[in-house]
Design a protein around this ligand. Structure first.
Ligand SMILES: [Ca+2]
Length: 303
């Protein structure tokens, strides 16, 4: 783990998606953070030691999913698939499929495994799966503010975790998507799917993959509305913990009672043409029960 010194910083951004604004002064205390996301090998060690069964591997309770097709209420996870050609990018069902039997062990469904990818981030991890691992290690998960402070690596208000240009001397600094999403991936960064942890340069604090590769869970409940900027350093929000759970329900799916946490960092599926969320200010709402091909996590330890 590496030491994140803590301090005052500008959280969020006024230059991109609405849910990142307003940019505001926030203070966080110092903490220790894992240099990379939890890998398949690390998660396997946890499961071997404890017998833990992830959410994606457990039977589903129909009461939690009113109106859902019962045929779909079987253990599984959302798996990404490329399309044959351009599709309507407002409909994520064009490239996400619920695959029965998909889980961290079988990332593409029955018959698949993570052979040769021991050092890639574990994926298809629901929020409580991440918490279970962290607890076993005597660690915890970061708040959104802690995660974003760490991701910035000391570059306050920069667009990216490495500075203000997407490429540095023509080189990709993170595992994202190049080409028209979701049907052509030019792999200019070297990877179509996840990459081994640490394949790209570390940020200013020595943390790897704080942009791209996989989204990372934080402990904050999601709200698209953020606190106002206090403007004066004396009044900065002190170690914010996010809004209450009730704020996190998806208003576009009023029947859903699955609350949503903030995930950060973007993933190998973030493309300039579709989703510019490989930035430290970027954020996304993720239902706590939903494992996906592009969601992992890392741990912290507070002092
Ligand atoms: Ca890539």
């Amino acid at each position: 783990m590496v030491w994140i010194p803590g301090g005052l910083f500008r959280m969020g951004s006024d230059r991109h998606y609405r849910e990142e604004a307003p940019s505001r002064l926030v203070q966080v205390d110092g903490f220790w953070m894992s240099a990379h996301t939890v890998t398949n090998a690390q998660y396997e060690a946890f499961v071997s030691a404890t017998g833990y069964v992830t959410v994606a591997e457990r039977p589903l309770n129909p009461a939690d999913y009113p109106g859902a097709d019962r045929k779909l209420l079987v253990p599984g996870a959302l798996v990404f698939h490329m399309t044959d050609g351009p599709v309507d990018t407002t409909n994520i069902a064009n490239w996400w499929s619920y695959v029965p039997g998909a889980s961290w062990r079988s990332p593409k469904g029955p018959g698949s495994d993570f052979a040769g990818r021991d050092d890639h981030p574990v994926v298809h991890i629901a929020f409580e799966d991440a918490v279970a691992y962290a607890t076993w290690k005597g660690l915890t998960l970061p708040t959104e503010a802690e995660w974003e402070f760490a991701a910035r690596g000391g570059l306050d208000s920069a667009e990216y975790v490495w500075g203000d240009s997407l490429l540095i001397e023509g080189k990709h600094m993170a595992n994202t998507w190049q080409g028209p999403f979701p049907w052509r991936n030019f792999e200019a960064d070297g990877y179509a799917g996840t990459s081994p942890v640490g394949a790209f340069p570390a940020n200013g604090y020595g943390l790897f993959d704080m942009a791209g590769n996989v989204w990372e869970w934080t402990t904050d409940w999601f709200s698209a509305v953020n606190p106002p900027d206090p403007e004066r350093p004396c009044c900065a929000l002190d170690n914010p913990r996010g809004p209450p759970l009730e704020a996190s329900f998806d208003t576009l799916q009023p029947r859903s009672r699955i609350p949503r946490k903030v995930v950060k960092g973007g993933s190998f599926l973030c493309a300039p043409s579709y989703c510019r969320r490989y930035r430290p200010a970027a954020r996304h709402a993720q239902m706590v029960d939903t494992g996906m091909s592009h969601i992992g996590f890392r741990c912290i330890k507070r002092v």
